[in-house]
Design a protein around this ligand. Structure first.
Ligand code: COA
Ligand code: NAP
Length: 266
């Protein structure tokens, strides 16, 4: 359905879970793919997989998105290896359930720094190296950006900020033919994010029941939306916050608050 031959795709936070699934799906449809995350081991493993899936040019760097200078330097190097970016996915994130009164300022800051400041750092670092016109940027957001959840004040604040970066840069960069959208995954099966929020079968079942489509999503569900947004089929879509969540957000993300409240008591 999609052909990304000769297209260059950068996936920040692309070495596990949802973002790795996105990177691998772009590799399957012929894109050159680069990934960034903190762990060199995860970067190396992902590069191997991307090559096996068909990417002609692959690359990766171990960088923490909180380190703006290091990130800028490494993106300069990756651009020299791969070329200007047609597609950038920014999805590095951290999460742990913690009540606001049980969190240190540094705990709150660590999530804001990875998710929100990290997104800003990625946007600023890639901007000079985007294919203009035509680049498509996708920020990976979360339901917490619009749904208040117990034990998630840090994530709610950070991801709401991510969506406002998407909207702000839509109006700043549209004139140069750059599109930017947020993708909002719902509960995605087999991921670190869900393992942290719903760590046992009873909690997972309650989450599934609360999704209008009565199942968790999978990484391909999210990757399919990203490929559409990165393609010419989406050439008039920018500044949008788009859920891929089986209807979870419109239904209020169901039982998440009671699940998290119970987990905080145990
Ligand atoms: N409850 C309360 N505070 C917590 C916590 C928890 N479950 N886990 C970590 N913290 C606090 C730490 O105590 C520390 O605060 P302190 O310095 O006041 O003690 C602060 O958060 C930072 O922790 P640290 O482990 O030093 O941060 P890090 O930068 O090494 O790791 C995290 C960042 C904490 C977000 C870590 O969980 C991570 O790397 N996550 C990435 C993977 C992930 O979250 N995936 C899901 C994505 S949705
Ligand atoms: P994950 O597997 O933990 O993925 C996080 C990725 O980001 C990893 O590659 C991690 O690699 C990297 N990363 C973390 N901190 C980083 C940092 N400081 N600098 C650079 N890279 C960093 O989590 P996931 O559950 O798949 O979540 C992926 C994205 O989807 C996140 O943006 C999350 O908020 C969003 N999301 C997930 C769900 C879900 O159901 N899982 C739902 C809604 C939204 P390293 O450890 O090597 O750094």
């Amino acid at each position: 359905m999609f052909n990304f031959n000769q297209k260059n795709v950068l996936v920040v936070g692309g070495t596990s879970g949802i973002n790795r699934g996105i990177a691998e799906n772009f590799a399957r449809v012929g894109a050159n793919v680069a990934v960034i995350s903190r762990s060199q081991e995860k970067v190396d493993d992902t590069i191997k997989s991307l090559r096996a899936l068909g990417s002609k040019k692959v690359a990766g760097r171990a960088v923490d998105v909180r380190d703006a200078e290091q990130l800028k330097n490494q993106i300069v190097e990756l651009t020299a290896e791969i070329g200007r970016w047609h597609v950038v996915i920014s999805g590095a994130a951290g999460n742990f359930p913690a009540l606001a009164m049980n969190m240190s300022a540094n705990a709150f800051k660590s999530v804001v720094d990875i998710d929100l400041l990290g997104t800003f750092n990625v946007m600023q670092s890639v901007y000079p190296y985007l294919q203009k016109p035509g680049a498509s940027i996708i920020n990976i957001s979360a339901p917490q950006a619009s749904i208040a959840m117990i034990a998630q004040s840090h994530v709610c604040a950070a991801k709401a900020g991510v969506d406002m970066i998407t909207k702000s840069l839509c109006v700043e960069w549209g004139v140069e033919g750059i599109r930017i959208n947020s993708v909002v995954p719902g509960p995605i099966d087999g991921t670190e994010g869900m393992a942290r929020l719903a760590p046992n079968d009873a909690m997972r079942d309650a989450v599934k029941k609360s999704v209008p489509l009565k199942r968790m999503g999978n990484v391909d569900d999210v990757a399919n939306l990203c490929m559409f947004l990165a393609s010419d089929f989406a050439s008039y879509i920018t500044g949008a916050i788009i859920p891929v969540d089986g209807g979870w957000v419109v239904s209020g993300a169901g039982s998440m608050n009671s699940i998290l409240a119970a987990a905080m008591k145990s």
